[in-house]
Ligand binder design. Structure first.
Ligand code: PMP
Length: 456
């Protein structure tokens, strides 16, 4: 990921109902803040467009110099119910005023409420339980541990493999990185735990073969028998795309896991809570994972994550031996409860599906208009991605992706930095609460930026 240029540019002024750009970008007065951060922080933290967030409400983000962007990032797919929801802020404030700020694993009443609410959106409320944590990485780590523990206890040490997919992302802690689908993030480990193996992901673009045969073939090639696999973990859609599993493939995978008593883990950290037009993305496939890792959109705000899983697997650890200091932190739990209420009452899952019918075809039209440089479109609901490539090839063009991203930023449309294996994917994901006029305006801005950068 390239760093963004901090030289202010005198961009055309913008003033619409939803966007304002009234200064040079980046704002000259903001530069000392970036300079301080470059002194104080590792450069790994300097990868996003140079805006200083001051206030964020619903689907717009403001700086303190009077600029305002339509948000196509949702943070990083956090704010499904919109930024700065009053109901969430009020619940957090109420607890802070009571006060009740931390409880460790001692019980507070809201924990029971949230655990029930999450159980009720699981595949089977009577057979699933909920374990609350703080980050998505903790949730995926915990899924890995539970799958391996289950296999060890039921079958012995030979059933030890954790299968994940090429190009997968499950977080930045050690277990999550062992399950990552690229070599670069785990190169630092040098000697690896060889029980973590990867197979090709059937995205249909980077890998043309979408048959389940390839999964079996790849395992055979790596010398792994089905009976030796503890768990299979996949993002419900891969973040690099978003790349979805073909429905048939997902069903064959679920059948395979059931047949060999392999724990099937769906990482919904990014895809859950309505983003794709279903509460969970795996619902598109008609499968029932054994464990579901959740995060991000679970609160639309404060850090909280969860593992929702089959009772039998969730119950493997004795009291006190599967916990975390900030499990069920009261403020984050209050945020999650109110977030889930909003998602339900405002029918945001259905809304994402409905707005997706405007968002996705429009983005696809723009991609097809520039098909030489915009290699591929993928999307569902209110998440989509466009791969930027060297004209007429499939070779990623991260520099061009960044140019489009910056052009949007200068016009008052905010995206996070391009993602993907090489940083070539323009990934877009507005809050599910975005209004239709704002959605249409932002699509027009995106097209204008793409036209300017690529030439009409
Ligand atoms: N899994 C997926 C699919 C993710 O997208 C992410 C975060 N981008 C994580 C896990 C890790 O979550 P966190 O950053 O909260 O640890």
């Amino acid at each position: 990921m390239a760093e963004y240029d901090l030289t202010p540019v005198n961009v055309p002024k913008v003033k619409t109902r939803f966007r304002t750009i009234r200064t040079a970008i980046p704002v000259p007065a903001s530069l000392p803040i970036f300079e301080e951060l470059r002194r104080s922080e590792p450069r790994s933290m300097a990868g996003q467009p140079p805006i200083i967030w001051h206030k964020a409400d619903n689907f717009t983000v403001h700086d303190k110099w009077g600029n305002r962007w339509i948000d196509w990032s949702s943070g990083v797919l956090i704010t499904n119910a919109g930024h700065g929801r009053k109901e969430i802020a009020a619940a957090v404030k109420k607890l802070a005023d009571r006060p009740l700020l931390a409880t460790y694993v001692f019980v507070h009443e809201d924990r029971a409420t949230l655990a029930r609410m999450l159980r009720e959106i699981s595949p089977d409320a009577n057979n699933y339980q909920v374990f609350l944590l703080s980050t998505g990485s903790e949730a995926t780590e915990n899924c890995i541990k539970l799958a391996k523990t289950y296999a060890l206890q039921q079958y012995g040490p030979h059933k030890k493999y954790l299968v994940s997919f090429h190009n997968a992302f499950h977080g930045r802690t050690m277990g999550a990185q062992l399950a990552a689908g690229n070599e670069r993030p785990k190169a630092w480990m040098v000697d690896r735990d060889r029980t973590f193996v990867q197979v090709p992901f059937p995205d249909g673009y980077k890998n043309k073969d979408t048959s389940f045969e390839l999964f079996l073939h790849s395992l055979t090639e790596q010398g792994i028998k089905p009976g030796d696999i503890a768990g299979v973990m996949s993002e419900a859609y891969q973040g690099v795309g978003p790349d979805f599993l073909p429905v048939e493939y997902a069903r064959e995978l679920a059948t395979f896991c059931r047949k060999h008593d392999i724990v099937l883990i769906m990482d919904e950290v990014q895809s859950g809570f309505g983003r794709t037009g279903k509460m969970f993305c795996f619902e598109h496939y008609g499968i029932q994972p054994d464990l579901i890792a959740c995060g991000k959109g679970i609160t639309s705000s404060l850090p909280l994550s969860a593992v929702i899983g089959r009772k039998e697997i969730m119950g493997l650890y004795a009291p006190g031996s599967m916990t975390s200091t900030h499990s069920a932190s009261p403020l984050a739990v209050a945020a999650a409860i109110n977030n889930l209420k909003i998602i339900k009452e405002e029918r945001l899952v259905e809304r994402a599906a409905r707005l997706g019918k405007i968002f996705c075809p429009e983005l696809q039209r723009i991609q097809q208009k520039h098909a030489l440089a915009l290699g591929c479109f993928q999307g569902k609901g209110l998440v989509a991605g466009i791969q930027v490539v060297k004209p007429g090839t499939r070779e990623p063009d991260p520099a061009m992706a960044q140019k489009i991203n910056v052009a949007c930023f200068q016009k008052g449309l905010l995206m996070f930095a391009p993602v993907g294996v090489a940083g070539e994917c323009l990934k877009v994901c507005p809050p599910l609460t975005i209004s239709e006029p704002a959605l249409r305006e932002s699509l027009a801005v995106f097209e204008e930026a793409v036209n300017e950068v690529l030439g009409c």
